[in-house]
Design a protein around this ligand. Sequence first.
Ligand code: SAM
Ligand code: SF4
Length: 339
Amino acid sequence: MTAQTPLSQRPLVDTFGRHVTYLRVSVTDRCDFRCTYCMGEDMVFLPKSEVLSFEEIQEVIGAFVARGVRKVRLTGGEPLVRRDIMKLIETLSATHLASGAIDELTLTTNGSQLSRHAQRLAELGIRRINVSLDTLDREKFTAITRRGRLEQVLEGIAAARAAGLAIKLNMVAMKNVNEDEIIPMLEWAHGEGYELTLIEEMPLGEVAGDRVDTHLSLRSVRDRIAERYTLTRIAKRTGGPARYVTVEETGGTIGFITPLSHNFCESCNRVRLTCTGQLYMCLGQEDRVDLRRALREGGREGLDAALERAMILKPKGHDFVIERRSAPAVGRHMSVTGG
Ligand SMILES: C[S@@+](CC[C@H](N)C(=O)[O-])C[C@H]1O[C@@H](n2cnc3c(N)ncnc32)[C@H](O)[C@@H]1O
Ligand code: SF4
């Protein structure tokens, strides 16, 4: 790649020499659940006019792929509740997956709509998905999600497996809420052939409770699992805050996502696009670039110039802390930035 390489094809490298190869796209801020750690009870969602159209999402993803992004994850809110979402996935699959321009198109979902879509997702080349599941207790599930039905999600997960999709379960580990379910969840997940990722709660957006009350350190969780199982660290690095171990007795893997630690920022390879076209270069910082405006005012050229600015602004790391009654480290909810 030389200085003559047109901007539209120049790799995205930030000021710390990190290559951006992974784009997460929140396709909607809406959701059919209201998980206690993610949203308030009475969330006000954005008017549709503020949300990027499918054409705009495609244009932005196209610009990223031309500049070296190899993996795209759709998230939200709940990606599968956006109307006609399968049309977007069809287009992205045909444009980028079929041509080999990207290695992976995937999504993170709460699973509520998976029964309907799993088969088609597999046909479109999606190989694996992340499904959020914090508990296997029906009542607790409805309490955490404030409106979800466990059976519906379990049916969705089963449909995804039947369609041949690999499944990784995301479980937010919360003190006094589901900490005693971590080992049962691990045993169930590995028994079914799913990977399990445990996530430390992040201080994103105002929610009903005080996060100090539910904050659980994954280091202690890992120690507790290790009392019962043989854990072997594996080298797999994703450029994100996850560290992986295999459980020798089950043959399955567990990921630990500890965003409050800093041990991953130096290899960070990702950026996040909100449903309104704001590009966040770090989940835990406020720096952002308005790609919707850049695109609407300057077309593809404007977009590429904005991506250059984004690379200059990508911060070295985040400043998360959880202190009692402190304001959230970052005011926007996870459903806005996309998990
Ligand atoms: C925002 S959701 C979006 C996708 C989809 N609705 C879902 O729940 O999988 C993505 C992931 O973020 C996680 N999440 C949401 N708020 C969080 C928080 N404050 N701390 C840690 N994880 C959070 C969810 O558990 C989920 O696994
Ligand atoms: S975590 Fe996912 S399912 Fe739960 S409220 Fe947030 S966006 Fe919805």
